[in-house]
Design a protein around this ligand. Structure first.
Ligand code: ZN
Length: 234
């Protein structure tokens, strides 16, 4: 589908005036508050994640500019019925698209989200558009608060850190190897860990977070593997 400026403006207006799923979820299992200090946008995203790790329902409340609100409203309709892995993949592609770094002529999973392609013309609004997805992925990883400024997941290529490639290695060995590597590092040092999607990424992330390590970003690589940026905390 070719990008249409009219459609983009229409969708932003519509979702801003009539935000979908604009409420707190009574049966939420996860929630996260997201802030974009550059524009003053604040949203809280609520998720009901079922036993299969699929988002049964997603909703939000918040205040902010038209783009942040419309993007969040639209996000709730897209995320429903998707798994954590699917959502992270979509967020990775969405982030690239709004920064103008995705070739939409090649296969992607964005569906109707391509309506937001126009954001790439306005670099100052990229964080307004991605806030919803930061808050959603924050919620799914049990973070209470997230900000478009704290982690910069996808600017992680600017960080120089050693890389631990654990693809093809089964959990919990992944976790043990990561811990051994972290144990040799100084507090505050960072490490990239490359993992396969599915349980390895889920289990290792959870275990590291339970140990108090900071996970600054989860980037989906082209081949479906994950790149985690971990900071040693103690
Ligand atoms: Zn904004």
């Amino acid at each position: 589908m070719a990008y249409s400026r009219d459609l983009y403006q229409q969708v932003i207006l519509d979702h801003n005036q009539n935000p979908r799923n604009y409420r707190e979820l009574p049966h939420k299992t996860h929630q996260c508050e997201g802030h974009n200090p550059l524009c003053g946008d604040n949203v809280t995203v609520y998720v009901h994640l079922n036993d299969q790790q699929v988002c049964e329902e997603v909703s939000f409340l918040g205040s902010g500019c038209a783009i942040s609100k419309a993007s969040c409203s639209f996000m709730t309709t897209i995320a429903k019925g998707k798994s954590i892995q699917e959502i992270e993949k979509i967020f990775g592609q969405f982030h690239k698209m709004v920064k103008g770094e995705l070739n939409l002529a090649e296969p992607h999973d964005l569906g109707k989200l391509t309506i937001f392609e126009g954001v790439k013309e306005y670099p100052a609004r990229v964080k307004c558009a991605t806030l919803a997805w930061h808050a959603l992925t924050g919620a799914l990883h049990s973070q209470k608060v997230t900000s478009t400024e704290t982690e910069n997941p996808l600017d992680s290529n600017q960080i120089e850190a050693p890389v631990l490639d654990l693809t093809g290695v089964k959990c919990p060995i992944n976790y043990v190897k990561t811990k051994v590597r972290l144990s040799k590092m100084e507090k505050g040092e960072k490490l990239f860990v490359i993992l396969d999607s599915g349980n390895p990424i889920k289990n290792v992330s959870k275990s590291l977070e339970a140990d108090g390590e900071s996970i600054h970003s989860r980037e989906v690589l082209e081949n479906g593997q994950y790149k985690l940026l971990v900071e040693k905390n103690s």
